[in-house]
Design a protein around this ligand. Sequence first.
Ligand code: UT7
Length: 326
Amino acid sequence: MIRARIIGTGSYVPDRVLTNREIEKKVDTSDSWIVERTGIKERRIAADTQAASDLAYEAALSALKKARLKAKDLDLIIVATVTGDMPFPSTACLLQAKLGAKNAAAFDLGAACSGFIYGLHVASGMIRSGMHQRVLVVGAEVLSRFTDWQDRSTCILFGDGAGAVILEPTREKHGIWSTHIYSDGNLADLIMLPGGGSHAACSRETILKKLHHIKMKGNETFRVAVRTLEELAEDTLAKNDLDPAKLSLLIPHQANLRIIQATAKRLGLPMDKVFLNIQKYGNTSAASVPIALDEAVAEDRIKGGDYVLLEAFGGGLTWASALIRW
Ligand code: UT7
């Protein structure tokens, strides 16, 4: 049986750190409220000169280096993003050019915070079917450019960054055992960026109405996320016939520490088996899981043979999981 295996991970976050204390000066909030309700202490903000493809490029270079591959070895590039450089061409095509990955087809994938795991699902399917051999999957976001810095309920949450993996086929037991993707468009209005598309193309009016900023019904989203992610984690392990006690590491989407703690509790998983970097980066949407995965690898939190569970939840609504035997 052929499955996809991760042979290199990489990540990149911009240098600029924005602390809760600095946000206290912009809106009516406090460091203690943000830490208590979300677990976030600071986040990274892209420089004015950096777009999503620039962040993706740094993460991809790092993943290529660790996989000991050249860009020309890639035959497919998938970039998961909701804050791409421009409506078209795709950020994946812009990244392909920057990398010089001339043998790769390239496209973007939009599934908000679940985008990276959606990307793994697509890439894994392509590899299993034999259609592609060396696939780069990137999650890259510059959310700070679409954040309403006057809205205290959202501006505290988001940050910028990118994470990447490179996949290739294997006949061994190690690799991506299963991926699962789900959506519910009926709950689209819980979290959205309404302006800039064909629904509300950019105009003076859309700018005045702040339609080019992320809108979120935070508390409702929170409740659906807790319920959905708890069930998703249990279900993914059950589908792989894996007892939660055998799980070595849970790498969740870093949206809210309380959501992550609820999932861990439901699985009976101690928090030292859960990878957290939300305190440093906040919610980086599609970049969150691959940045965390790369940091977990760098920190030696994952060893050969370990079972690693990835899961995410976001706008769409979308949610997704992957079980990996490292
Ligand atoms: O990545 C996609 C998935 N995203 C998520 O899953 C995020 C889900 N949502 C959340 O993380 C949380 O809902 C938030 C952190 C956004 C908000 O926390 P909450 O505990 O759900 O608060 P809330 O929205 O119920 O608001 C409680 C109170 C309100 O005040 P009143 O009406 O009780 O007087 C808000 O106005 O907290 C107030 N509030 C704030 N206070 C200080 C909202 N934002 C802030 C703030 N600082 N930044």
